[in-house]
Write a protein that binds this ligand. Structure first.
Ligand SMILES: [Zn+2]
Length: 67
């Protein structure tokens, strides 16, 4: 992916962050993973990684709800 130059952080609406799995820069990361990685584990025959990720999503939602 081409590097994007940030010119004015005060006007910035979103920031690229690295996916914890593939390290790709992404604007949307849910429980550590980018959309491509979520799709990959979501479509895999082995549900182990997907179920672990779903538990992490639930834990993060719970943690944010309870502070
Ligand atoms: Zn990824």
């Amino acid at each position: 992916m081409a590097e994007i130059e940030v010119r004015d952080r005060a006007d910035m609406l979103a920031e690229l962050i690295a996916c914890e799995s593939c390290s790709a820069p992404t604007l949307l990361r849910i429980a550590g993973l980018c959309a491509d990685c979520i799709a990959g584990i979501g479509l895999a025959a082995d549900r182990t990684a997907y179920e672990a990720w779903r538990r992490r999503v639930s834990e993060e939602i719970e943690r944010r709800a309870t502070g």
